[in-house]
Design a protein around this ligand. Structure first.
Ligand SMILES: Cc1cc2nc3c(=O)[nH]c(=O)nc-3n(C[C@H](O)[C@H](O)[C@H](O)COP(=O)(O)OP(=O)(O)OC[C@H]3O[C@@H](n4cnc5c(N)ncnc54)[C@H](O)[C@@H]3O)c2cc1C
Length: 415
């Protein structure tokens, strides 16, 4: 991967420039390269950095959603992951199955939705679930489905970018994008070479302030379309680019914590457990836990997080400090519900969610700009699908689902 924008022929007009090489941008670059689109993907940091939302080696993928729209979308996502894995020759997913339980998860209703979509599944009562997974505790019936597991997010980003590069995509890392503005027949994307920007000046044509690199230069790249896949940084970009048509995003700092397994051989499916009445162990928001077998970073461990409870922040002002109160809540949870784990946390990480009020994604065009949202804390499992969707929007072969349109997300009151 190059971090030298000097390698780009500044006279070229790209079919698209992707801003951001997290899961969404990397998968978009892969899908665009596969379709022969002249593409550049640009990130301010190196792959695997911990400032955004895609770092680490584990994200849950699963078929269960309390909404038939997303159940159907998980089928398309599975097809897209298969294509990416076949194309890169890299296994990105590990199938462990998944269990949903708790009174507010409503396993019976979820089972109906899986049945409607012909997704294999099994309902167990609490006693049978406890016998099957003696290292977990259940207070309600549980829904198990095998077509679920753990996605290696870091590996997905690196593999998608490597494949994109071999398909001719220009990948530029440690290269901040400093401005996106209209040109005559294209968009101009300005990048500050050599990493951190060092100062502000006025653009010679527009007079607009722009950030310049160490050597005082900022390099203009031209593209017919620009895909804004800047994760939590989209929140700051979009009002500038779209004004009142910008979708409303809330960025929160979340944390995930690893706990060691007592028995390395235990079978740990991914877990979603919801019980809003358990304010005693989870605080006033109630219990909303997700857990999965940890990835390469922590063998024989389970990674656990709370879906809610994040502190509102921004991509640039977040402090990256893991909330000790959340860790305490997770220790209490492990103590009561996961006796197969040692309740001694290690390797805690912070990460950013960027949510819409409805938790639907935003993937839509605004003229030559395509907004590719960071997907409300549940987007990793759809990244390969979203990459293919965006590429198909550019070739004219596809359009986003109605639920992802910009107009549906401009006001918190619309959904
Ligand atoms: C704790 C946590 C747990 C999660 N668990 C799951 C899960 O189990 N299952 C699931 O499906 N999803 C999960 N998610 C959600 C999923 O990880 C996100 O939806 C996804 O990673 C978002 O990817 P992204 O590419 O949109 O954003 P990011 O990964 O943040 O990527 C955006 C990129 O844009 C770059 N960028 C921004 N501004 C500029 C600029 N000016 N110039 C150049 N580059 C720029 C950034 O450097 C960054 O690399 C989880 C998220 C978190 C935080």
């Amino acid at each position: 991967m190059s971090n030298d924008p000097g390698l780009v022929n500044a006279g070229d007009v790209y079919d698209l420039i992707v801003v951001g090489a997290g899961l969404m941008g990397a998968c978009t670059a892969w899908a665009a390269g596969r379709r022969g689109l002249r593409t550049a993907v640009i990130d301010q940091f190196e792959p695997g950095h911990a400032h955004g939302s895609s770092h680490g080696t584990s994200r849950i993928f699963r078929r269960v959603y309390p909404d038939p729209f997303y159940v159907e979308l998980t089928a398309q996502a599975a097809d897209s992951w298969q294509r990416l894995e076949a194309d890169t020759g890299v296994a990105l997913r590990r199938f462990t199955g998944a269990v949903d339980h708790g009174p507010d998860r409503d396993p019976h209703r979820l089972a109906e939705l899986l049945a409607d979509a012909s997704v294999p599944h099994e309902l167990l009562d609490a006693e049978d679930a406890g016998k099957r997974w003696p290292h977990m505790r259940f207070t309600t019936d549980a829904l198990y489905h095998p077509d679920a597991g753990v996605l290696d997010a870091d590996l997905a980003v690196v593999s998608a970018l490597a494949r994109a590069t071999s398909d001719g995509v220009d990948v530029h890392t440690s290269t901040p994008v400093t401005a996106i503005s209209p040109g005559r027949d294209y968009l101009v994307v300005r990048v500050a070479p050599n990493g951190a920007a060092s100062g502000t000046t006025a653009h010679p044509d527009s007079g607009e302030p722009e950030i310049v690199g160490d050597a005082g230069e900022s390099i203009p790249l031209r593209a017919k379309r620009v895909v804004l896949a800047a994760g939590p940084w989209n929140q700051a970009w979009l009002p500038r680019l779209l004004g009142t048509a910008a979708p409303r995003f809330t960025v929160t700092q979340q944390q995930v914590v690893h706990f060691p397994q007592r028995e390395p051989a235990d079978d740990w499916p991914a877990i979603v457990h919801q019980d809003l009445s358990r304010t005693d162990i989870a605080g006033e928001e109630g219990l909303g836990i997700f857990a999965m077998r940890a990835g390469r970073a922590a063998r024989h461990a389970v990674k656990i997080g709370e879906h809610g409870h994040g502190a509102v922040t921004t991509a640039d002002s977040r402090d990256g400090v893991v909330d000790p109160v959340s860790v305490e809540r997770l220790v209490r949870y492990v103590d009561e519900f996961l006796p197969g784990l040692v309740p001694e946390p290690f390797l805690a990480l912070s990460c950013l969610y960027t949510r819409t009020p409805s938790e639907d994604f935003v993937v839509d065009s605004a003229g030559p700009l395509i907004v590719c949202s960071p997907c409300s804390g549940h987007g990793a499992k759809f990244a390969a699908y979203i990459g293919e969707l965006v590429a198909s929007m550019i070739t004219g072969d596809g359009s986003p689902p109605d639920r992802f349109t910009l107009s549906g997300h401009t006001s918190p009151l619309t959904r």
